[in-house]
Design a protein around this ligand. Structure first.
Ligand code: CTP
Ligand code: CA
Length: 227
């Protein structure tokens, strides 16, 4: 971004960003998790703060340090993340769900560590669905004109799956990126297409996650009601 980047175009706004990946416990020492590093969400929080926003970062299990000048709330599981995001979203102008939320959690939490007993084969792990936080945010709109943004990681049919997901979730913008073994997870770079409910399609070339973040905030700023 050029010198105009310093423009505090998010001043007076409250934005909420979720980041990282949820962990769903099986017992006190084990969990089901995912490979999200939190880098994209933290980049979104930093860039929004640099543009003058009050930022609440709901962080799930990232090893990254709390960014300066940002309110950070830590959440472990999808259920905890939902609670923290909905609370922060009550007065937010925009909510960006960059966190990788587990679709399922173990149906039963074992209070004691699960032991292997003798030679018996293990029990299958029964799973139950987690709440869909993004769909709930989009359906509720805690504040009139509140902008709701999702992220989607797809391994194939990236654009078609992204369009369908945007419609299904009911959000305003969806950042779609292609993922694979060496793509995106843990990387400082990203390449994506930002799909808009109004039909817009903004390609973001391969580059730092900050650049994607700033492009996303540009699109958000244009869409939030003046206030
Ligand atoms: N998300 C959410 N709550 C969930 C699952 C996902 O809020 N329980 C959000 C993610 O934070 C992301 C968006 O929804 O912003 C899309 O996540 P993704 O996993 O791509 O979508 P799903 O609807 O879970 O579809 P899939 O079956 O492809 O995993
Ligand atoms: Ca999912």
């Amino acid at each position: 971004r050029g010198p105009e980047a310093a423009e505090p175009d998010l001043a007076g706004r409250h934005v909420v960003v979720s980041a990282g990946g949820t962990r769903e416990p099986l017992d006190p020492v084990r969990y089901l998790g995912n490979r999200s590093s939190g880098k994209q969400g933290y980049a979104l929080a930093r860039t929004a703060a640099a543009r003058g926003a009050r930022v609440t970062l709901v962080a799930a299990n990232s090893v990254l340090p709390d960014p300066a000048g940002v309110d950070v709330v830590h959440a472990g599981t999808a259920v905890q993340l939902r609670e923290a995001v909905l609370k922060a979203a009550a007065d937010a102008d925009a909510v960006v769900m960059a966190a990788a939320v587990a679709d399922f959690r173990p149906a039963v939490y074992a209070e004691g560590k699960i032991k292997k007993e003798g030679d018996r084969e293990p029990e299958p792990v029964a799973l139950t669905r987690n709440p869909d936080i993004l769909a709930e945010l989009a359906g509720t709109r805690a504040r009139p004109g509140q902008l709701v943004v999702g992220f989607a990681a797809e391994t194939h049919n990236v654009l078609a799956n992204g369009r369908a997901k945007l419609a299904r979730k009911g959000c305003d913008l969806l950042v779609v990126n292609e993922v694979g073994e060496r793509k995106t997870f843990g990387s400082a770079e990203n390449e994506a297409v930002i799909l808009a409910a109004d039909g817009g399609e903004t390609p973001v070339p391969y580059g730092p996650k900050e650049a994607l973040a700033d492009t996303l905030w540009d699109l958000v700023v244009r869409r939030i009601p003046k206030g």
